[in-house]
Design a protein around this ligand. Structure first.
Ligand code: ITT
Length: 193
């Protein structure tokens, strides 16, 4: 099955390529296409944005597409940065600028109140058909210092107590066992069966 990855985030693309390979799917990147429309992420839920990405791309290319909207929900910040995770430190902010801002905001938050979770919503769209939605979450704790160089986004400051490691210290295969994205992908597969 050929499915377009409706994302410009290369960290997501790498993870999807592995997750898709396990299913025997082929992920097609947006890089190879000209004139692909920008998707304006103006939804206030992960689902609205994921659907918008998948519908825009599948309609434009006439191919099945998967949209991923994801982010980090921090309890001490009442669920922020949430759908704004990619631009927490401003429009076009780097991943490092975003997690540094987060560490700053969390400076006075005690250890036992630093719980958080990654969330991922996937929308799978065949041209002209209704979206199929799947979700996944991954629980953890916001660290005080970064560690690790794998993954992307907030992975260097997202601590997994069960593993005794930061998300950025997991190998790509280890992250794909437990991540919000992998869990959503498994749910999507069940929904498509
Ligand atoms: P596309 O819309 O093109 O897919 P994006 O980076 O703008 O790319 P989102 O709007 O879904 O995607 O923002 C997701 C942000 O949430 C991402 O930039 C990271 O900062 C964070 N995030 C999502 N999944 C993550 C993961 O597995 N590890 C670390 N951070 C993650």
């Amino acid at each position: 099955k050929q499915v377009v990855l409706a994302t410009r985030n290369q960290g997501k693309v790498k993870e999807f390529n592995k997750l898709f390979a396990e299913l025997g799917w082929e992920g097609i990147s947006l890089e190879g296409f000209d004139g692909v429309p920008e998707v304006v992420e103006d939804g206030d839920t992960f689902e609205a944005n994921a659907v918008k990405k998948a519908v825009t791309i599948s309609t434009y290319l006439g191919l099945p597409a998967v949209g991923d909207d994801s982010g980090l929900e921090v309890d001490a910040l009442h669920g922020s940065p949430g759908v704004y995770s990619a631009r927490y430190a401003g429009e076009n902010a780097t991943d490092e600028a975003n997690w540094r801002k987060l560490l700053g905001e969390m400076d006075s938050v005690p250890d036992e109140e630093r719980t958080a979770r990654f969330r991922c919503t996937l929308a799978f769209v065949e041209p002209g058909q209704d979206p199929v939605i799947a979700t996944g979450a991954c629980e953890g704790v916001i660290a005080r210092e970064p560690a690790g160089t794998n993954g992307f986004g907030y992975d260097p400051v997202f601590y997994l107590p069960q593993m005794g490691k930061m998300m950025a210290q997991l190998s790509p295969d280890e992250k794909n066992q437990i991540s919000h994205r992998a869990r959503a992908m498994r749910q999507l597969l069940d929904a498509l069966k």
